[in-house]
Write a protein that binds this ligand. Structure first.
Ligand SMILES: [Ca+2]
Length: 275
């Protein structure tokens, strides 16, 4: 059986060499979180709340690269990034926590790093989501998902692999398709495994706060019909719209947006449940 030689038995010069090699001396100071609250120019509170999402808008008086950890208890388990895609430190922070359960209490902590290496963390705060909207339960089923065999056959552009078009049909509210600056020219075409009798469409726009948000869109099918324009009141959740026909391919086109890296968190094609 191998035994390592205890460090205390080493001559002191050797011990220092070992510690240097391990970086122990260089990082002798433990990383302590500084309180975030003194840097914040507004109270840390949820400004926009739906049954499935919550938005934090916080301004700090030093530059910070921020994340929010959240969950149903202080084990957290989920992480939301600042909407600024570059990830650089800045002062105006907007973070959307998505994929929440309706009528549920959540806790969150905002934390971030300043360019000088200082790590800041807030206290743990609480909010509760409202009950689900009645119109979320129309008895419709989304067939425009990868799990149901849907695939992307055309896209105007992708910001990068982390923002590929497949993210709009993966059923995951924490993943997004982002175009690379397509603004009102963004489009996405998906194809289902077979022609379906559809009853509606759903769309959940991405946003970067002041840009990247789809305000109106239309859907053209391979049957040559164009539906819409449909209006998206916000990017806080998915909105669904009644539209009936038969088709296999669906192209969502942006009609109006706030410009920039427009894209979708989710696109949906609904059929009657059981249909
Ligand atoms: Ca997604």
């Amino acid at each position: 059986m191998l035994r390592s030689r205890p460090l205390e038995a080493l001559p002191s010069a050797s011990l220092i060499a070992v510690m240097l090699a391990l970086g122990v001396l260089a990082h002798a100071e433990p990383l302590m979180a500084q309180p975030l609250e003194p840097l914040v120019t507004h109270p840390i509170e949820v400004s926009d709340l739906t049954s499935s999402s919550a938005t934090l808008h916080v301004t700090t008086d030093v530059d910070l690269a921020c994340v929010v950890v959240f969950g149903q208890d202080e084990g957290f388990g989920y992480l939301a990034l600042d909407l600024d895609m570059g990830g650089a430190a800045h002062r105006d922070h907007e973070v959307v926590m998505r994929g929440l359960e309706p009528d549920t209490t959540y806790v969150f902590r905002m934390q971030g790093s300043a360019p000088d290496g200082t790590f800041y963390a807030s206290e743990v705060y609480t909010f509760a989501t409202p009950a689900a909207d009645a119109d979320q339960d129309r008895g419709w089923r989304n067939v425009a998902t990868e799990a149901a065999g849907a695939r992307v056959v055309d896209v105007s552009s992708e910001f990068g692999p982390a923002f590929s078009a497949e993210h709009a049909i993966d059923g995951d509210p924490s993943s997004e398709w982002s175009s690379r600056g397509d603004g009102d020219d963004a489009l996405l075409t998906i194809e289902l495994p077979e022609t379906v009798a559809f009853v509606g469409f759903g769309a959940w726009s991405r946003t970067m706060g002041s840009s990247a948000e789809i305000v109106r869109f239309e859907v053209e099918t391979d049957a040559g019909e164009v539906f819409g324009p449909f209006e998206l009141p916000s990017a806080r959740e998915s909105f669904s719209f009644e539209a009936r026909g038969e088709a296999r391919r669906f192209t969502l086109r942006v009609v109006e947006s706030s410009g920039g890296n427009t894209g979708l968190i989710e696109f949906a094609v609904f059929v009657e449940d059981g249909g």
